[in-house]
Design a protein around this ligand. Structure first.
Ligand SMILES: [Cu+2]
Length: 313
């Protein structure tokens, strides 16, 4: 019998069915009794109100039975939840980094992807960190969801049972482009996975990689800058990189507006101390702090890239 797409599907679905069943039973039962009482105790049939004494026996019954029912529902949930927190020792480790607004999956051999690739029938543990706000990794088909909280390491494990492609979402509203944190889990058989895992990323043509700004462009993709900055003039969350270099921009510094020339020094400061000069018309504090994530060389590469976009205009 089909028991779901992951080792947790069955437990969660069973708990869901049982709890829904019990709830439906009471919903229908109580509604039926209410309706029958409306007729039975109608004023026309009972013109004089009668005094009803309390019943200890009834009270005990309607305390004990629901108590047993709720404890049973708790146990059903607990039974399927506890295995989710016990990671098998041989689980394949994948480091997950959540950031506004992208997922990053890093494998033990250094492979980095924005889609989660896993082998079928193999335990996989996701060790999750957030660089900014609370995100939540949710794979509906696998019936698993866990919050990724900044400052706290969290984890989640699963074993997928059927090859295929499944949705993966962020289930915690994390800002303007929250909905962009949708990607997929690609479950492949072991041989296909091994081939993918061993493959080095496609060699970058040296004539392309020698182009000015190439490394910087790659960095803006890897570091998630593209979630907020476009290169074609479109305003997303932050200003576009297009045509800013060598032009004047109005920024707010310590609460005062001033015109400033976009040069290397300004760009460097904008990247490393995003909130020192805030571009007019954009909210302060929306750009994350990148100091710990970018080396001096990275920043120079990104500046080189932004310069190439300035000249195109
Ligand atoms: Cu998110």
């Amino acid at each position: 019998m089909f028991s779901g797409y992951s080792n947790f599907s069955e437990g969660v679905d069973t708990a869901f069915a049982i709890i829904t069943g019990i709830s439906l039973f009471f919903l229908i039962g109580i509604t039926a009794i209410i309706i029958s009482f409306i007729f039975k105790y109608n004023k026309k049939k009972n013109p004089v109100a009668s005094e009803i004494e309390g019943s200890t026996k009834l009270e005990i019954i309607w305390t004990i039975i629901p108590l047993i029912l709720v404890l049973f529902m708790f146990w059903i949930g607990w039974r399927s939840y506890t295995p989710e927190r016990k990671v098998p020792a041989d689980a394949m480790k994948i480091k997950v980094t959540a950031q506004m607004w992208s997922w990053r999956f890093e494998y033990e051999n250094g492979k980095v992807e924005d889609t989660l690739f896993v082998p079928v029938n193999k335990a996989v543990v996701l060790n999750m960190v957030s660089l900014d706000v609370i995100h939540s990794l949710y794979i509906p088909a696998f019936r698993i969801k866990t919050d990724v909280v900044p400052g706290t390491d969290n984890y989640m494990w699963f074993k997928s049972l059927v090859t295929g492609s499944y949705d993966l979402f962020c289930a915690e509203y994390c800002g303007l482009r929250h909905s962009y944190m949708g990607t997929t889990v690609e479950v492949a058989d072991q041989a296909t996975f091994d081939k993918w895992y061993a493959a080095t990323p496609p060699k970058i043509d040296s004539t392309v990689s020698a182009k000015p700004g190439f490394k910087g462009k790659l960095l803006t993709e890897q570091k998630g800058c593209i979630a907020c900055h476009s290169s074609d003039g479109t305003k997303i969350v932050g200003p576009s990189y297009k045509g800013i270099f060598g032009h004047k921009v109005t920024v707010e510094t310590n609460g005062k507006d001033r015109e400033i020339m976009v040069d290397e020094a300004y760009l460097k400061k904008s990247i490393l101390e995003a909130n020192a000069d805030v571009v007019k018309g954009f909210p302060k504090g929306s750009m994350p702090d990148y100091k710990a994530q970018l080396s001096e060389q990275d920043v120079n590469d990104i500046i080189e890239y932004i310069k190439t976009l300035g000249e195109e205009k």
